[in-house]
Design a protein around this ligand. Structure first.
Ligand code: NCD
Length: 339
């Protein structure tokens, strides 16, 4: 929260009470949306609000889940997905483009190939007379905070009957060096007690030093290995990531040996029975589709959780959380909690 304005830029800004509140809000929203009455009440919450979805970097899930999260709340949306259709082609600066969006809408959700641009947009907002909140939907190789929030929700739900995230061992596998999802998730780990991390990657794709320094500063133990089979039995969660081939400059991704760094029917059984397999998606060869049938596969539910968590984030930004909890009390849930 900066100057009374709530931007979502970097996971390092989140504390445990806020995380717990967002998770509780997410669960209430999911419950409400199940009934027609609840879904209608949600839709009536913010019919005056408008959102700009500025996604010059490719996106399927994050774009669609934000778009639909807005619609769940009755928020109308505008979008720019291809910079060739905006005045950037006439040479308009990034700052002027963002300021222009802010003239028409109440929140800007943005994904850029450049690191640090969401932070720059937020800093601009804090200088102008009619600022709006900025939500970082992915900034270069750096941060993807709303993905990390939906990942936390997925972990917390999965471990709800086992003491939550505290005390769990979380493995992260794949292109850790260039993956913004794992970087952002690491930034939230300081909020949980006795979590241990296991980074599973070949050396060229090892986790960056700045993340490891941050973990060390918060005394979060982590180990690094390139032996997946040995790591699996100790994990409560395995967070798999794809090769970030879009950042290759000289075919670096071809150095990844998927025989050693992928999960498939032949090795998923080495995970404990109660463990979960996560992935931000889209996936490449690092998860065999046959694993989808395994009860430990959590990534499709994780994907769906993303829309509900993004509804919760919007509610929090617009300070509607109390109204939501009132609504939830007025509209009791029917039936069991859906997956
Ligand atoms: C991730 C991203 O864009 O960083 N995708 C997503 O938002 N679900 C992960 C990825 O592209 O590998």
């Amino acid at each position: 929260m900066v100057g009374g304005l709530f931007h979502v830029i970097d996971t390092r800004e989140f504390d445990r009470p806020l995380l717990d509140q967002l998770c509780a809000l997410t669960t209430r929203v999911r419950g409400l949306a199940k009934t027609q009455e609840g879904a209608r009440a949600l839709q009536a919450l913010m019919p005056q609000a408008r959102a700009m979805l500025y996604f010059p970097q490719p996106s399927t899930r994050t774009f669609l889940s934000f778009n639909n999260a807005c619609h769940v709340l009755g928020i109308r949306t505008s979008e720019i997905r291809d910079p060739a259709t905006s005045s950037e082609v006439k040479g308009e600066s990034f700052d002027d483009s963002i300021r222009t969006f802010s003239s028409y809408v109440d929140v800007i959700v943005m994904r850029t190939p450049e690191a640090g641009y969401a932070a720059r947009a937020a800093a601009l907002m804090d200088r102008i007379p009619r600022p709006v909140p900025i939500i970082n939907a992915g900034s270069g190789k750096d941060q993807h905070p709303t993905q990390a929030l939906l990942d936390i929700y997925t972990l917390q739900r999965s471990f709800a009957l086992r003491g939550g995230i505290d005390g769990k061992v979380i493995g992260m596998m794949g292109d850790l060096r260039r993956g913004r999802t794992v970087r952002s998730l690491c930034g939230l780990m300081k909020n949980y007690r006795d979590v241990r991390l296991v980074f599973i990657a070949p050396e060229p794709f090892a986790m960056e030093a700045d993340v490891k320094e941050e973990l060390a500063r918060h005394r979060i133990p982590f180990t690094e290995t390139d032996r997946l089979a040995e790591a699996l039995p100790a994990l409560d969660a395995l967070y798999v990531t794809r090769m970030q081939t879009e950042w290759d400059t000289a075919g670096e991704s071809s150095a990844m040996d998927y025989r050693q760094f992928s999960i498939h029917p032949g090795n998923v059984g080495r995970l404990p029975r109660e463990a979960i397999v996560m992935h931000p998606l889209p996936r490449g060869p690092e998860i065999d589709p046959a694993v989808d049938e395994d009860p430990r596969a959590m990534y499709w539910r994780q994907e769906r959780n993303g829309m509900w968590m993004r509804v919760a984030i919007l509610l929090k930004i617009f300070r509607m959380e109390d109204r939501l909890f009132e609504l939830a009390a007025e509209t009791p849930p029917d039936g069991p909690d859906p997956a």
